[in-house]
Structure formats: C-alpha cells, structure tokens
Ligand binder design. Sequence first.
Ligand SMILES: NC(=O)NCCC[C@H](N)C(=O)O
Length: 410
Amino acid sequence: MSTPINVFSEIGKLETVMLHRPGNELSNLLPDELQNLLFDDIPFLEQAQKEHDYFAEVLQAKGIEVLYLEDLAAESLRNKDIREKFIKQYLDEANIFNQTLKTKLQEKLTAIKDNRELVDKTMAGVQKVELPKYKAVSLTEMMDNSSPFVIDPLPNLYFTRDNFATVGHGISLNRMYSSTRQRETIYGQYIFDHHPRFSGKNIPRVYDRNNVSQIEGGDELILSEKVIAIGISQRTEAISIERLAKNVFDRKLGFNCVLAFNIGQKRKFMHLDTVFTMVDYDKFTIHPEIEEMLEVYSITPKNTGELKIAKERGRLEHILAKYLHRDSVQFIRCGDGNQTAAAREQWNDGSNTLAIAPGEVIVYDRNMITNKALERAGVKLNYIPSSELVRGRGGPRCMSMPLSRKSLTQ
Ligand SMILES: NC(=O)NCCC[C@H](N)C(=O)O
C-alpha cells in the first residue's frame, strides 16, 4: 500500500521534505517582541530567503522532492466551508475576543481571494494600521495597547521540524510550549485533514494539538524502525512522551521502544536535535555539555498494555549500541572537543545536521570546527550559508520536515 508518510529512520535516503520559505512574518518582528516570539535578533529577510532558497536547491539537486508548508496549507483550503472554518479558527486562536474586530478581520481575510495570499497573510500577522479606524475596545486590546499588532506574526514557521513530526507512517501533531508556536500547528491540522495528498489516507495521529501537555518535533528522533528517541526538554514534557509512546504501541506502528533523553530545560538547547543528531548507522553528533549529565529512560510496552519504564545505566554510546544492535557507535563532538568552540558552534546549530542519506548531511558552513570533525569521521557534508537563518536559533534539521525516507532495509 502506498502511504504519503514514510519515516522509519533519521538517515534513510531523503525522498520528500517539507520546508517553509521565510516570508513577511520576519518583516513583522519587533525588538520588544523578540523574547516573546522566541527570536534573538531581526533577520534581513531578503538575505534569509536567498539562504533558504540555496538550502532548497541543494536538496532538489539531490533529487529530493521539496514541498512548501505554505503551498500545502493553501491547497488544503479546498472549498468555501474549509476556508471559512480556517479563518474562524485562526482568529479564535489569535485571541480576537471583540466581536466587531473579529468581524472586520474576518471580512478582511475573506476578501483575499487567492489561497496562497490568504495563508501568507495569516503567517505575517495584522498590524493595527491596516484596519481603518481601529480602536481598542476589549480589555485584552487595552492591555495590549503598546503593540502595533492586532495579530502577531508567526516568525518561527521556517522551523518546520517542530509543529508536527512524522513518525513511521503517522504524524504527531504537536502541542507547542509557547502560544506563538501553538498557532503554527493550525496549518498542519488543515493539511492532514484536507489536503488531497493526505486526507482520507488513514494517517495515524500519535499526538494531537489539543492535548494539554507539550511536545515539539525537534525533540522527536526516529533512530530506527523500532526505536524512537524523544527529548525531555524545555519544550517537551515527560507526560507527553508517555502519551505518544502509548499511542505508538497501541496502534502497532512497528516501534517497540521509546528512549527518553532528559537534556534539561535550557533555551540554548531547547530541543534534543540542538544537541544530538544521527548522521549515519552508527554515528551521531553530540554537544559535549549534555553528554555527562544526560539521563536516558527506556519505555517499552508490557503485555497488559501498560508502559514499562526503566532508567538506563551506563554510557550513552553503550545504550545506543544496545538498542540499535551495533557493536559500537561513534560520537562526533560539537566544537571537536574544545569547550569554547563547542559552546559557540552549538549556539549556531553546529550539532543540528540534516541527514539526507546514511553518512551524508547538510550543515551550516559557519561551524567550521565541528564540520571538520564530521569530515574527519568520514561524513559527507553539503554546506549551506547561514548568516541570517541562524538568527532564529535553528539549523538544517530544524528547518526541514521529512515526509518520506527510503527504507534502510530495502
Ligand atoms: N528543532 C529546533 O531546534 N528548532 C528551532 C526552533 C527555534 C525557534 N526560534 C524556537 O525557539 O522555537
């Protein structure tokens, strides 16, 4: 049976991937809102787009199908009812409480006839000056008086890794840590419910955005056909991992173990994939700062349907070798073992590689010390520029969501 989602590894030859080209949402970033919107600086949009286009071209030159979130979302709004429902939900989740304002915004968005333009507008947000005679009426608006926006932009959308994640033939439509990123998951909802490529294709949903506990895709790594690794992090709670594991086991998706990696709650390594990625059958990048303190728990199904949880003992290399049935695994350290280089290059996503085939990855060109260590370990590197993209704190893995990878066992 052909299925639109096939992701049973981190490293199988990448066949289809979803990106988002940064758009006007970045032109609406304000210095006072950076922290709230999870950014560290204001990127130069045109340059960020050039860097992103280069990323897409590298993928396409390798024969990988590149789909864009914004196109898929637009194609999902297939009829008037779906479009209306989308606009209404978008406004509800943007906390538009005042009915008069809501009606005005509804009219403004409905008047955009082209679906791609509509989707782009919802991503960019709405400034108060775009609404003639805007006046704060609701308590929320009065409290928000200093902001020039009635609806905030969604600047983190180009990190397509996070708002949903592919797991085998299924997806985990995520509940995000922050309200700014929770609104991003609406696009995934419409894509999987209504896009002709996915709707009606029985795609198991192993997590849903309406769950109360958080989980983000940067924490979800598919280590093999049997084993998933999930970070317990600033963004992902332990309870979410238990929920996801139970769903994966109950629905018999092929996986028989979830390894939970407790990486601590820090902004600088917000997701597991900012400190640890898989680059080959037996090779991983790792940020040395987490290596010693990392705790790993295994979650496996009991015959009763309950989960068996055990703390794993010993070194991480040994735990990985055991679960991946390898004699040993090799760690390639961010900064090549130098503490200063490791801290600097991890901050600029030196450990955040995107594997496009076993032993072949995409990396940011700027992380020269880590990149040399990867090369020395025999990993093939494809470099992409990163002056502007990096300002959002994410690298090649964060900026891509694989929809299909070639099976490693074929
Ligand atoms: N998987 C990732 O690590 N994604 C990067 C997300 C960066 C974004 N500014 C965020 O804080 O959510």
